[in-house]
Design a protein around this ligand. Sequence first.
Ligand code: APR
Length: 310
Amino acid sequence: MLRRNKVTVVGAGNIGATCAHWIAAKELADVVLVDIIEGTPQGKSLDLMQAAPIDGFDVKLVGANSYEETKDSDIVIITAGLARKPGMSRDDLLKTNADIVGGVTDEIAKYSPDAFIIVVSNPLDAMAQLAFRRSGFPKNRVMGMAGVLDSARMRCFLAEALDVSVEDVTAFVLGGHGDTMVPLPRYSTCAGIPITELLPAEKIEEINKRTANGGAEIVGLLKTGSAYYAPSLGAVEMAASILKDKKRILPCAVYLEGEYGINNLFVGVPVKLGKNGVEQIIEISLTNEERAALQKSAGAVQELIDVLGI
Ligand code: APR
């Protein structure tokens, strides 16, 4: 029997509620929004349901403070946890968010044992690894959203610098979702032309830095929280590629076992996302300098993993 796709979004804060919004607007799936705060997921779901007649989307949204309603979800997006405030790094969230993401993962594994998990909570790579270990799910079903966001930020800055449509700009960012992320200008293009042929080296370096600092720039402006429109859409793009078996090639945090010389660690690399989740990890050739930057970034993730002992 046919049934609609079902996506659970855990955390009904800025990112979670905006995920629900994008999913509904794209008519991707029915949504269960879960939060520990009573009334918030219910209120936001009801509000979104009342937007349906205006936009004409036919999806059902419900809010909950427990997990019965989430049973047999196809995909679970985890956005629960504290967000950064000015002056905080993503790593400052480690202990608090590990407790939250660990508890959430137990519930997901119990109620939706066949789901794909997309982690958004920070520090991203460590939280994805925690969800992987805690759920016991196979590695193709657990992934973190960071690269889609980081490369979107880079595309946005590149399009602005080139004065062209964002549609014609691709960008490549590898590594952990932190200050050590590795933008790869050689693999970033405008209409197929490497940007290294279109922009001076200093401008590219400035864009690389702004990309790596993209989250902090927004935290500094918002002051009370962190970015959510682009992060939530990044997670929904990954969900869409799985639900529609699109086989998009997207940079995602996934469990590496030797790829890029990295072992037993979640780090951002290009992957193919389809109906089986992470269907392929794509290895591209790197210069010695790029490889060293990726190793450094992986080292920063490993430090967090060591603190958590997972
Ligand atoms: N279960 C469910 N929801 C929880 C839990 C929990 N155990 N603990 C906290 N939450 C909820 C909060 O009640 C809040 O509504 O998570 C929500 C987080 O929302 P925001 O504070 O608005 O944070 P947001 O901007 O959405 O970011 C969420 O994603 O990108 C990361 O760094 C960011 O870790 C942060 C997360």
